[in-house]
Design a protein. Structure first.
Lengths: 327, 760
């Protein structure tokens, strides 16, 4: 264990100031990801600022949206009555992630900030541009079964591992952050980054900025939704491919749709062209198949993840079928 | 039902009162385990304890040029940093083979011996500090420079370099030599035939308890270790030989073992490293591997390639089988296992050819993993059986029944007992085999395709020499000791049941102690042989105890039993009585009290009969049935039902035995669907070395598992009629699942694990 300092402020401003001023300081909430990364020597903060005393745990209905505090636990959000009623897609996505024990420890803010599970990022003796800029991408020519098919660069082909993020991007969520320069709202689709030449920067959060809440605006997707995760074992495994599908149906016709994928890109992957295609179409397997083909445009796979080019569209079709059939 | 090959009545006498054998008795250590009071190796605390952490190599092959330990040595709390340059010498390194192994060709890895690196993450240094945290921190500061050589870690790339194991090359009678019955490769000339290749990746045992040891030199020539091992006597001998000290100066304690599945059958570099470190710092050293180190610093089920060719007559009689296998080993040690035995003796085929080869790579040495060898072999053979049946348009159960053999076709001997046919019919009924359709893809449940599959397994019903000491106290308590271990099957519990029946007393009066080299010697807990071996010793010790009681009684004028023969006495409910006149009785405790004895004790050694073993072939058999659903679009597989059946002699405890069968089925589900360790060949390093990346099945992957026992005793094997279960519980499970996937989808995936990507 590398020694570090640990503080637990009760004021948000104190927490933010501490991290903003100290290059080696990090926020910690549930610690389900950061502690692992510290044990492996992947992240070595010299100061941990525990934010669990901050009043950021509530899930509340506000005007035009539901606000989820950054410290709300994944398990609590998944089982929350308001979430089940208004945002069942989010509940399904959360329950598809990790294990019950982890969901009872992990927070919403922490889940958003979760780092990739790329095998090369996780081993400090292997090359990884994300962990050690300039060392090369181990996965590009290596074992890349779990890796990206969209939005990757020759510097990094890692994927974002979160299930929750896929639902939140589909639902047009907004991330509320507070920093040394004040508060701001970041649309979910703009929160995470593509790797480009700087895969070491995985979000657009600035130094010292703290996620305080997530807003999910009202929407009609309260019934015909499905989060479908295909993985190597039935629970406690990261997605090979996952799909968040939501339909607003008028009889058997689609009024509008939301669609996003996980396990395919460095960020949760929203499929807006496919959504637009679906609007006004009959809710049939044929429409879903066409939407899936549109969704897969531009996909490029590597040696071990060619299967995602087929599993991806198949999973979209099945998730849309499940969503349409949901009662 | 076939006849018993011999009259068992003369064995039955000592078991006239089977009050406990067969009962689903609760585990005697269950409360200790669930309350956390059971102490595992790393949980012992000794005064002045220090903590060791291993540093692994970051290259795969080459030599260490230099090791910089300055920063680590300066770190707080550090007591020593040891490596090949400054490590105390291990005097017996050259002969340090584990005694339970067949004579190895090559040399088990000698930790800190020289500058050579043979595999990635090879331990190259140990840091010892006053706390675990400090040792871990300092271990990160050790930096090595290497002279790297080109390594070979890809099995497919080097497959052509496989060869016949040296042991077989040297001895034409060695069991690993090529085997031919009838005509070699006879299937090739036949019309109705199949030929397929199979690949199984390296699998890690990954027991819940991490490999750990506390090494304590109580004097310069007296060593005590608390060690996670399946063999306290084996480890005792290995350490005594390594350090050239008398065996009795080495004490090995393994009171509880939190699962092992075979990787505690060998001593590993970390154990010697801790003993070296304890010598150097002159304090006890505790060392526990990390989960990542469990992939490299202990053994694993080796990567294997196989090929099966099979032919049959149109009406379903097998005419020929050829089964070839190549198993991975390390560059410094030839690990071999029995992969092809099932093919030699399971079916009637007049022509059988088997060829076994090994392929050394720059990896650590593998070790037996549950169903060692045979689980690998059975995957290929039983998949081929399914494929052949499909070509014949025959039900795979019918095909197996048609080729069932009532005599061992390999050795041309009778079986001691074999009730596999009965097991097959019982299992088929339980899973609802009649629902299975001959044509794959015929059954569905919504978007899911439904299929049924089966697989057969077998493993030698071994029995080894073992001994036990039984002490009866004047208050009626009995303590029995034997240096066996309990890695989870419930050994302590069944030994109490065996002793209770043999002695004619209640189980709650009996304590069975194991896991210490101070107790009378017993073999390692491996090869499904513990109940037959140690159980026989316990039973013999109990009978000897009864004889001693009898002699005390019959020699005593006041007892009412004067000059009565042992054979005319009945031992029941803690009392001796005259069989002919049950009213004449005396309690065991009164016998001791009359003689003013605080206790009586006996030690017995029990050996299998070589004569019987020459006359009969002794195997346990299993058959497993699986029902699966496969999603048409996403390739997800759900195992919806498993029925697992054992023909394993008399079942001593249906609860703990059932527990073993369920565990084996879960292991088989992992083998079939989820497990496989991946090396990035460019670096020679595992890239899947935690539970997030190496997938063992979770509860959500495992359905209700029905266990069926034929429960027919084999009195030729031993007087209790038992045979082993641990191995057959997993052997044949993986092909049952992949055959069910074929039945559901028409897709035959011969490269494990069958993950969703392979089915879309």
């Amino acid at each position: 264990m590398i020694p570090f300092q640990y503080v637990k402020p009760s004021k948000q401003k104190a927490a933010i100031d501490t991290v903003a001023k100290d290059d080696t300081a990090m926020f910690i909430a549930g610690g389900t990801n950061l502690v692992d990364l510290m044990k492996r020597g992947i992240m070595n903060p010299e100061k941990l600022v525990d934010i669990n005393k901050l009043p950021l745990r509530k899930i509340e209905k506000e005007d035009g949206h539901v606000r989820i505090g950054a410290l709300a636990l994944n398990g609590a959000v998944a089982e929350d009555k308001l979430i089940l009623e208004k945002h069942p897609l989010l509940s399904q996505a959360l329950n598809a992630g990790a294990s019950a024990q982890l969901r009872n420890m992990a927070t919403v803010g922490g889940n958003i900030m979760q780092r990739t599970r790329c095998n090369y990022f996780y081993d400090t003796n292997l090359p990884c541009n994300k962990r050690e800029p300039g060392s090369g991408c181990g996965a590009l020519q290596g074992f890349n079964r779990m890796h990206a098919i969209f939005g990757h660069s020759d510097k990094c082909i890692a994927v974002n591992p979160s299930d929750m993020n896929v639902a939140l991007v589909a639902l047009d969520a907004v991330v509320l952050v507070s920093g040394p320069k004040g508060d701001r709202r970041i649309p979910f689709a703009e929160f995470h980054r593509l790797p480009g030449d700087t895969p070491q920067i995985h979000t657009n959060l600035q130094k010292g900025e703290l996620i305080t809440a997530v807003d999910i605006p009202e929407h009609p997707y309260t019934k015909h939704v499905n989060y479908l995760k295909v993985r190597d074992r039935t629970s406690y495994a990261f997605a090979l491919v996952s799909v968040a599908a939501a339909l607003d149906l008028d009889g058997s016709n689609i009024k509008s749709a939301r669609l996003a994928m996980g396990g395919v890109a460095h960020k949760p992957w929203r499929l807006q062209e496919a959504e637009q295609f679906l609007a006004g179409k009959p809710a049939t397997e044929a429409s879903f198949r066409q939407a899936a083909e549109i969704a897969m445009r531009g996909a490029k796979a590597f040696e071990h993840n060619q299967f995602k080019l087929k599993l991806g569209p198949n999973t979209i079709v099945q998730a849309l079928k499940n969503a349409a059939a949901a009662v | 039902m076939r006849q018993q090959p011999c009259n068992p009545s003369h064995f039955m006498k000592e078991y006239f009162f089977q009050d406990n054998m067969g009962k689903p008795m609760d585990r005697v250590d269950g409360r200790l385990k669930v309350t956390g009071s059971a102490k595992y190796s790393a949980e012992f605390e000794l005064p002045n304890m220090s903590h060791g952490v291993l540093v692994g190599s970051t290259i795969t092959k080459g030599r260490i040029k230099s090791i910089d330990t300055k920063a680590a040595e300066r770190a707080p709390g550090v007591l020593a940093v040891l490596h090949y340059q400054n490590s105390p010498k291990v005097p017996g390194y050259v002969q340090a083979a584990h005694p339970t192994e067949p004579k190895p060709i090559g040399q088990p890895h000698r930790v800190f011996y020289d500058e050579q690196v043979y595999f990635n993450d090879q331990p190259i240094a140990i840091v010892v500090a006053d706390t675990l945290e400090r040792a871990r921190y300092a271990a990160r500061l050790v930096k090595a420079q290497y002279e790297e050589e080109k390594h070979a870690t890809s099995f497919p790339k080097h497959q052509g370099k496989a060869f016949l194991p040296t042991a077989a090359q040297r001895n034409p009678k060695h069991g690993l030599n090529d085997y031919v019955r009838g005509k070699a490769d006879a299937y090739k000339g036949e019309n109705l035939k199949i030929e397929s290749e199979y690949v199984i990746p390296s699998e890690m045992h990954n027991p819940m308890e991490l490999q750990s040891i506390i090494a304590h030199w109580e004097a310069p020539d007296r060593l005590t270790v608390y060690d996670k091992t399946q063999a306290v006597i084996g480890s005792q001998n290995a350490f005594a030989r390594e350090w050239k000290i008398p065996v009795e100066n080495v004490k090995v304690i393994a009171t509880f073992v939190g699962g092992a599945f075979g990787n505690g059958l060998h001593t590993w570099p970390h154990e010697t490293a801790a003993i070296i470190a304890a010598k150097k710092v002159n304090r006890p050293v505790k060392l526990m591997l990390t989960r990542e180190q469990m992939f490299t610093m202990v053994g694993y089920r080796p990567f294997a390639w196989q090929k099966v060719g099979m032919s049959a007559t149109p009406d379903g009689k097998i005419t020929a089988i050829t089964h070839e296998a190549i198993g991975q080993t390390s560059s410094y040690e030839e690990f071999t296992e029995s992969t092809l035995q099932q093919t030699r003796m399971m079916y009637t085929s007049p022509n059988v050819t088997t060829r076994y080869r090994i392929l050394p790579l720059d990896v650590s040495t593998p070790i037996w993993m549950r169903g060692p060898g045979e689980a690998t072999g059975a995957f290929a053979l039983e998949s081929a059986m399914d494929e052949m049946a499909h070509v014949l348009k025959m039900d795979p159960l019918e095909f197996r029944l048609k080729n069932h053999t009532d005599r061992d076709p390999e050795r041309d001997r009778p079986w001691s007992t074999k009730f596999l046919k009965e097991a097959m019919l019982m299992g088929a009924e339980k899973i609802g085999w009649n629902k299975r359709q001959l044509q794959p893809g015929s059954l569905r449940n919504g978007d899911w395709l439904v299929g049924y599959g089966m697989g057969v397994g077998t493993f030698g019903a071994h029995r080894n020499r073992a001994s036990a000491k039984a002490t009866m106290f004047a208050d009626g308590r009995v303590v029995i000791q034997s240096a066996t271990t309990d890695i989870g099957p419930g050994t302590g519990t069944v030994m109490v049941q065996i002793a209770a029946d043999a002695l004619g007393i209640s189980p709650d009066k009996i304590i069975f102690e194991l896991g210490s080299s101070l107790f009378p010697p017993a073999p390692s807990q491996g090869g499904s042989a513990t109940v037959a071996s140690v159980g026989s010793a316990v039973r013999d010790a109990c009978i000897a105890l009864k004889k001693k009681l009898a002699s005390l009684t019959t020699g005593n004028a006041d007892s009412g039993f004067r000059n009565v023969k042992y054979e005319d006495l009945t031992f029941q409910n803690g009392q001796i009585s005259l069989t002919s006149s049950p009213g004449t009785k005396l309690s065991y405790t009164d016998v001791l009290k009359q003689q003013k004895l605080p206790e009586i004790e006996v030690t017995e050694e029990s050996r299998p009969s070589n004569e019987e073993r020459q006359k009969y072939s002794m195997y346990s058999f299993s058959v497993h049935f699986a029902e699966v659903q496969v999603h048409q679009l996403t390739g997800q597989v759900k195992v919806t039902k498993v029925v697992t059946c054992a023909d394993a002699g008399k079942i001593v405890n249906k609860k703990t035995a059932g527990n073993q069968m369920i565990g084996g089925a879960v292991g088989g589900i992992g083998m079939a669907l989820t497990e496989g360790a991946v090396i990035d060949d460019r670096f020679g390093r595992y890239v899947t070395k935690d539970f997030a990346e190496y997938h063992i099945p979770v509860h959500a992957d495992t359905p209700d598992i029905d266990v069926v026992f034929v429960d027919k005793p084999d009195f030729i094997n031993n007087a209790m009629g038992t045979k082993g279960i641990g191995e057959i519980a997993i052997i044949g499970v993986a092909p049952a699942i992949t055959n069910a996937i074929f039945n559901a989808t028409g897709k035959r995936i011969n490269e494990l694990p069958v993950t969703p990507d392979k089915l879309i």
